[in-house]
Design a protein around this ligand. Structure first.
Ligand SMILES: *Cc1c(COP(=O)(O)O)cnc(C)c1O
Length: 344
């Protein structure tokens, strides 16, 4: 089946909004087309709707072509664009694999799209057989997260490969944490799978959560669909400028990722000495999922000490679990001291 058969009819037939800047091109001198205020202050013009300079920067770093890129106001916008491109409200379905990132279901719910859940196995691996059995004629996207949030593990390559081969529709692999992982991005396999969509972000390893830049990387065919429905000026000028500036510091980026990976190892060693901890799950991300005897009591005790962690104990397979982000050395030490006081 053709991938375009998975696109909603109204989106396939859509004539997209064409902004003044889209039509003008970039080389002009006098802009009297967009009813902007001509007095210069750095932001009096509409931003580049195609984010050409920022995309050039990101594409060069990832070794891809800018035509395979779409930027969103955070990954959340990209996930929303995917749902709205492929899923007819009230009719179509997506498949997700809990415990996983909460926004997939929320965005499906907002769009009135059915969200079918196929739980991960007890070791947080994919249940490929059950996922494929759950696929119906209405299934339009399978959403996977690797490394997975909140469990922290990478999903196995052969499992994802089977899904990419057996399901002919779009498969999203959310790689928000891939920069911390020992494994390569699925980007390298993009040419093999026209239905593969990789989603990355500047929010985590690149330390720009406040800017809101999500990155979709996929075949030109899929990018063109998302391109049609994205809001024309979805990445503002200040964000584009600042992201370009901060992306130059590749050395600092690598140092900070390594720092966090080192801190993660130290934190694991320290947590292992704390007796109310039952289990620390292996992590390929910048956080640890940790199982306690009484997670709510630990959570409250930490909160009283001014330390906020994420209580994931109500999530499937996560009974007793708190999710702890790796912070600065001194922050991680404060956490350990607080946990020691709690146990004492
Ligand atoms: C943090 C996170 C993101 C990032 O979302 P942004 O909107 O880009 O900040 C995406 N996916 C997962 C699984 C995450 O944990």
């Amino acid at each position: 089946m053709e991938l375009s058969n998975f696109v909603r009819n109204n989106i396939r037939n859509l004539i997209p909004y064409s902004s003044a800047r889209d039509e003008a091109g970039r080389a002009s001198e006098v802009y009297l087309d967009a009813n902007e205020n001509p007095f210069p202050n750095g932001i009096n013009r509409y931003p580049d709707p195609q984010q050409y300079e920022l995309k050039k920067c990101i594409a060069a770093q990832k070794g891809i072509d800018t035509s395979q890129l779409l930027l969103g106001n955070g990954s959340d916008e990209i996930i929303d664009l995917l749902i709205r491109s492929f899923c007819n409200p009230g009719i179509d379905e997506i498949i997700i694999t809990p415990p996983t990132y909460g926004m997939y279901k929320v965005l499906a719910d907002i769009n009135n799209v059915i969200c079918k859940e196929v739980r991960l196995s007890a070791d947080f691996s994919l249940n490929v057989k059950r996922i494929l059995e759950t696929v119906s004629g209405y299934t339009k996207i399978i959403m996977l997260c690797s490394p997975n949030n909140p469990s922290g593990n990478l999903l196995a390559i052969p499992d994802i490969t089977t899904i990419l081969q057996e399901f002919k529709g779009p498969v999203l692999i959310d790689e928000a944490y891939i920069d911390f992982a020992k494994q390569d991005s699925w980007l390298t396999k993009l040419h093999q799978y026209p239905n593969l969509i990789v989603c990355q972000t500047l929010s985590k390893a690149w330390a720009m959560a406040g800017l809101r830049v999500g990155i979709a990387i996929a075949s030109r065919e899929i990018i063109n669909v998302l391109q049609k429905i994205k809001p024309p000026y979805n990445i503002n000028q200040l964000t584009q400028d600042r992201a370009i500036e901060l992306l130059q510091d590749t050395e600092g980026y690598r140092e900070r990722v390594q720092y966090l990976l080192d801190e993660k190892e130290k934190l694991i060693t320290a947590l292992n000495t704390i007796n109310v901890i039952k289990e620390i799950f292996p992590s390929d991300a910048n956080f640890l999922l940790v199982r306690f005897d009484d997670p709510d009591k630990v959570y409250q005790s930490l909160t009283r000490e001014g330390i906020v962690v994420r209580n994931r104990s109500m999530q499937p397979l996560c009974t007793g679990c708190l999710r702890i982000t790796i912070g600065l050395k001194e922050e991680n030490e404060k956490l350990i001291s607080a946990l020691k006081r709690y146990t004492a």
